[in-house]
Design a protein around this ligand. Structure first.
Ligand SMILES: [Zn+2]
Ligand SMILES: [Zn+2]
Length: 117
């Protein structure tokens, strides 16, 4: 519900026709103030579904995943393809284990795995 910014009384929705197009206007019955209802400008509230590649998806990847290019790399052998270079970042795991888990991602095949210390 909206109120008139001029006199504070309730705005009533009214349909007006200008040419061929009919538009909805919020009108104040008291002072005649009119406001265009921007109903067609409102974007549908549909949540965007982000689809993860199941092979690359790792449950505990934080925001760091988005800035992989800035991550440091370490010389470690990829268990999948044998490439000796991987991005490394740490994720603080919740729960009983207080130490953070080190994640590694192969720079070649993008295989992501964690390293338990
Ligand atoms: Zn008014
Ligand atoms: Zn690899």
């Amino acid at each position: 519900m909206e109120f008139c910014p001029k006199c504070g009384s309730r705005l009533e929705p009214k349909k007006t026709k200008s040419g061929k197009e009919a538009s909805l206007v919020l009108a104040c019955a008291k002072c005649g103030y009119k406001k265009l209802e921007a109903s067609d400008k409102v974007e549908p509230k549909v949540a965007k579904v982000i689809q993860h590649n199941p092979q690359q998806f790792v449950a505990v990847i934080g925001k760091e995943e988005q800035k992989l290019s800035t991550l440091p790399t370490v010389r470690i052998e990829c268990p999948k393809c044998g490439n000796r270079n991987a991005y490394v970042w740490q994720v603080q795991t919740r729960g009983a284990d207080e130490s953070s888990t080190q994640f590694l991602r192969c720079t070649k095949c993008n295989y992501t795995y964690r390293e338990y210390s």
